[in-house]
Each structure stands twice: as structure tokens, then as C-alpha cells.
Design a protein around this ligand. Sequence first.
Ligand code: CTP
Ligand code: ZN
Length: 162
Amino acid sequence: MSENHDHHDGQDDHELRVSKIRSGTVIDHVRGGQALNVLAILGIDGTDGEEISIGMNVPSDRFARKDIVKVEGRELSQDEVDVLSLIAPDATINIIREYEVVEKHRVERPDVVEGVLSCPNSACISTGDEPVASRFEVLDDGVRCAYCETIVRDEIPSLIDT
Ligand code: CTP
Ligand code: ZN
């Protein structure tokens, strides 16, 4: 062999080297550094044997750098997409079937997310014994609990109800 690197999939050195997937979801244009949080939101830790490919801080046309997450054999729920939009507001969700992109849409930030994040304030009515669904208003740079007004920015991934 004259070359000292792997021929992954025939792409040249300037292209992304993450293999195409057969069917599932490609979450593209994720903010650089957020890929592991995307996995956390999807509840993926690798122990269930899911086939996942990740690119982190790879060059992008649209931004200086992006992350990309490919999940084989799974499509996302609207709740999952809503939470993703909080940490990856520019993400594109691509649904892949038989290697083709059959659907592509940008995530949209909802005005409110209900029942998907738990309030970090232990005195908040939404975290008590009474069954009150959590409710957060979506701000430009974070979320605000509708009950106690606690504002959360960087810690959103750690508040995801699983
Ligand atoms: N992709 C994949 N497996 C496939 C088909 C596509 O992993 N079988 C990935 C591509 O690598 C790309 C994303 O899904 O990261 C979207 O594919 P495509 O729409 O073909 O790429 P672009 O036109 O570059 O997407 P965009 O315009 O959204 O940047
Ligand atoms: Zn609260």
C-alpha cells in the first residue's frame, strides 16, 4: 500500500468523512461542540447498540464549523426536534430512506416547551409531588420556567426529562 491513510468512502481530504447512512436521520448544521448534547437529548448513550456517526467541529459552508450526528434506523419525534432547536437552532433534519434524502427541514424554535425539561429550582411547583407538567418559554438565548421564572441557558441539556 502506498498510502498511509484509510480510504473510507472515496471522499477527498477536503470533504466530510462520515459515511452515508441507509435509513434514519441526519442532524446537520449543529453548532460546533453541541453533538454530544444532541445525543443526550435523543437519549443515546451507545448502550442500546444504535449505530451512530458523529462529526465534531468539521468545516462547513454555512458556518465556520459544525457538528453532524447521524442516527441509523431512527426518525425523531416532534418533542425531540423541539428540544434540539434550543441547542442547535440552525440544525437541518434530514430523513434518509434507502440512502436518499427524502425529507429535509430546518428546526423551528417553539415559543414554549412543555413536559420535556425539568426546572432546576427545587422549590418550583413543577418539580413538586403534585403532577404539574413543566413549562418553559423559549427566549433568544435560553428558556424561562413559566412557573418560577428561573432562566436556564447553558444547562439546558442537563434538564432533559428522560
Ligand atoms: N447524508 C447521509 N446519508 C445519506 C444521504 C445524506 O449521511 N444516505 C447526509 C449528507 O452527508 C449531508 C446530509 O445528509 O450531511 C444532507 O444531505 P444532502 O441534502 O445530500 O446534502 P447537502 O445538499 O449538502 O445538504 P444541505 O443543503 O442541507 O447543507
Ligand atoms: Zn420553575
